[in-house]
Ligand binder design. Structure first.
Ligand SMILES: Cc1ncc(COP(=O)(O)O)c(C=O)c1O
Length: 314
């Protein structure tokens, strides 16, 4: 770790003048509307006084059991983290101790914190870009030729699945083939946007020791401020993460809010359904009213519009 280089990293903090009371949140992939206030009142009233003054009971065992049940895994398959962000950072921190495994393949246009963490730990990064040619029908498609050309040279492969550009770049079968073919490479799959697009790999952690998955409560559950997520892996390969973690990673409020929504998961299913309907409605509306625009929907969480500079109407 080079402190001089770390000092040079420019971190951006957003101080946005957003009217969160009356406005719509459309700029950070957060839940657009809010959960009913009565839910929080109920949760708050359920917290006992002694639960605030004492250390967390059984180190959040109830929360862990509920997460495990929701994901269909065991409690020894995951580490609770501060959002998917925490999972990504934990993953690159632990792997930074492997002196010879320094090469990482990431997807272009990925979440900005990848570059920061990779820089902090001095990884050697290769970014695979997305193509942009509408006429060749490659707009928002990953340059898979480049990916396969580079995979052998890298030790860690970080994919975002679903991702905002293409939804997914590899089928489940393709990812399983990669996991089998390269057992010594580690695959980090960022599933922060699970629920909006494609399949999940969570059920496969028991079969592949080289598979690591980041999950989040921010998007799928619409609870960005509780800062909860997890890093999921095979019980043997998650062990170093569990053994080096802080004893108490979250707090009573976040854990109780997460537990409530895990107990009432039908609320989350309804929310996702509404959001997906909203996405489809918006696409239809744009297609109907603005016919000269090239619109790309990945059936995930973003819609892309390619503006034609030459056309005045756009
Ligand atoms: C692809 C991706 N991964 C991870 C994250 C971090 O999410 P969290 O709020 O769970 O830390 C984000 C946040 O926007 C993201 O876009």
């Amino acid at each position: 770790m080079n402190l001089q280089k770390i000092n040079e990293i420019k971190r951006v903090t957003y101080f946005r003048k957003r009217d969160l009371k009356n406005g719509l949140k459309l700029d950070s992939n957060e839940m657009v509307s809010d959960w009913n206030k009565s839910i929080y009142r109920k949760i708050h009233n359920s917290i006992k006084n002694y639960e605030i003054t004492s250390y967390p009971k059984d180190n959040y065992l109830d929360l862990k059991k509920k997460i495990a049940k929701n994901l269909g895994i065991r409690i020894n398959n995951f580490l609770i983290t501060s959002g998917a962000d925490g999972a990504i950072k934990e993953f690159f921190t632990i792997n930074s101790y492997q002196k010879k495994q320094r090469k990482v393949l990431i997807l272009g246009e990925s979440y900005g914190m990848y570059r920061i963490y990779l820089k902090i730990f001095n990884y050697d990064v290769k970014e695979i870009n997305y193509l942009k040619d509408v006429k060749k029908n490659t707009f928002c498609k990953l340059d898979k030729f480049e990916f396969y050309k580079n995979i052998k040279k890298n030790h860690i492969i970080a994919l975002v699945n679903p991702n905002h550009l293409s939804n997914y770049d590899f089928t489940l079968k393709e990812i399983k083939t990669l996991l089998k073919k390269f057992p010594n490479k580690k695959f980090l799959i960022d599933e922060a946007y699970f629920g909006y697009g494609c399949f999940s790999l969570v059920s496969h952690v028991k079969n592949f020791k080289n598979l690591f998955i980041a999950r989040s409560f921010s998007k799928h559950f619409g609870l960005a401020s509780i800062r909860l997520g997890c890093l999921i892996a095979h019980k043997d390969t998650i062990l170093p993460y569990l053994n080096t973690s802080q004893p108490y990673i979250t707090n009573i409020y976040s854990s109780k809010i997460a537990e409530f929504f895990l107990d009432n998961y039908q609320l989350i299913k309804k929310k996702l359904k509404r959001e997906i309907e909203g996405r489809e409605y918006l696409i239809k509306l744009i297609n109907k009213n603005l016919k000269n625009l090239n619109i790309h929907s990945s059936n995930s969480m973003s819609i892309f519009i390619k503006f034609d500079k030459k056309k005045k109407e756009t």
